[in-house]
Design a binder for this molecule. Structure first.
Ligand SMILES: Nc1ncnc2c1ncn2[C@@H]1O[C@H](COP(=O)(O)OP(=O)(O)OP(=O)(O)O)[C@@H](O)[C@H]1O
Ligand SMILES: [Mg+2]
Length: 374
């Protein structure tokens, strides 16, 4: 299975830059999710890889073969790129049985009857629809139809699988189930997958690497947990995670080696850096980023550093809003816990991974531990 390389890939529609100078290497057997808000260029990127959309500028290489190059004037048609496509509206042919839906493409490719029979059986076993092969699509549930569509896409054994929100028509429970199956499937067929979704949970849980786009521009390309823990800028930090990361405006008061004193409104904090990407000096405007589960509430300690504003217990966790003076924080407390609204208690910062961003450029400046300073 091949790697896919995109080189300064750009697509403009009139005055809209749908994809802007995208450089991306998708390695062999990666499962890459293209993630970002509506209109950020996910579908356009996928369509360019597949050959359904012609890039304005750039180069696309699949498995060592240039399939598109604006410079060399190469543009292979979709059927010559050896990619499998699966879109949101995966429309099965209603007048054909499941068997015929899966075999149709293979017949067109002139496979022998025997090869086709064997392949359909393999696919049926893989996506667990072997007992449904004689049914018509109208006699299947949504999830079963989805699996037939996946089988149909996989049957010709494409080197690359391109999927655009293939699960968005399914209900939440089925979607979870299909996610797990897709991930399992990826392992079994050892394919390179590019998967478009605007659902951050889907993107994070499925991917070996997430490619996060905004307005056609690449924001970060990294494994899910790196994206989560080390977002390269405020947009990424804010887009990933639910409830969202807390952002607190502050001004740098003093920098002393690996430590900086940060003045937020009515709170003074000290950050002890363990990594640092940018220069920092007294007077700089910054934004501190704190994940809700990295903030702790300690009702037993007797200290009164915060006031509970609201609580949303759901069994597995409780989402709390608490104020330090006038600054509101979202906090996730795991387990079956609850707190009295308006009660006061200690709030603390036990993590080593609070983030500091530049307020002007929005870029990450560093990460470290955090404590109150009076
Ligand atoms: N054929 C087209 N003609 C003109 N503009 C287009 C065309 N296709 C896409 N665009 C524009 O390009 C941008 C990117 O569109 P794209 O479909 O790639 O977004 P997306 O990330 O897939 O969004 P969504 O999550 O809503 O599916 C949008 O601003 C869109 O309006
Ligand atoms: Mg789209």
């Amino acid at each position: 299975m091949p790697e896919i390389i995109l080189k300064n890939l750009t697509k403009t529609f009139g005055s809209v830059k749908a994809v802007d100078n995208l450089d991306l290497t998708i390695e062999d057997r990666d499962f890459v999710t293209l993630l970002g808000p509506s209109g950020c260029g996910k579908t356009t990127t996928l369509r360019m890889i597949s050959g359904l959309e012609t890039p304005t500028v750039g180069e696309i290489i699949i498995g060592g073969r240039v399939v598109f190059s604006s410079e060399k004037q190469i543009n292979l048609s979709p059927d010559k790129r050896d990619v499998g496509l699966l879109f949101q509206n995966y429309a099965l042919w209603p007048h054909m049985t499941v068997y015929q839906n899966i075999s149709f493409g293979l017949e067109n490719m002139k496979w022998s009857k025997e090869e086709i029979r064997k392949r359909v059986k393999e696919m049926g076993d893989l996506v667990k629809i072997s007992d449904l092969l004689d049914r018509y699509p109208s006699e299947l549930s949504g999830g079963q139809q989805q699996r037939v569509a996946i089988a149909r896409t996989l049957a010709p054994n494409p080197k690359v699988l391109l999927m655009d929100e293939p699960l968005s028509n399914l209900d939440a429970k089925l979607r979870m189930e299909m996610r797990a199956e897709l991930k399992r499937l990826h392992r079994e067929i050892e394919s390179t997958v590019v998967y478009v979704t605007h659902d951050q949970l889907e993107a994070m849980t499925l991917a070996t690497k997430v490619c996060l786009l905004e307005e056609g521009v690449l924001q970060q390309y990294a494994p899910p947990l790196v994206i989560y823990d080390q977002p390269s800028n405020i947009f990424v930090g804010d887009f990933i995670g639910n409830p969202s990361m807390n952002f607190v405006d502050a001004r740098v008061n003093e920098v002393d080696g690996d430590k900086a004193t940060l003045e937020a409104s009515e709170i003074t904090l000290e950050m002890d850096f363990r990594s640092r990407e940018g220069e920092l000096k007294s007077g700089d405007e910054v934004i501190i980023g704190l994940r809700p589960e990295d903030i702790a509430l300690n009702p037993e300690s007797g200290a009164n550093t915060c006031t509970i504003y609201s609580t949303l217990p759901s069994g597995m966790e409780t989402v709390v809003r608490a104020k330090i003076r006038n600054t509101m924080f979202s906090i996730v407390a795991f387990g079956r816990v609850d707190f009295d609204v308006d009660s006061k208690m200690e709030i603390s910062f036990p993590s080593r991974n609070y983030l500091l961003f530049d307020k002007a450029t929005k870029k990450k400046l560093g990460a470290g531990s955090l404590k109150f300073r009076d």
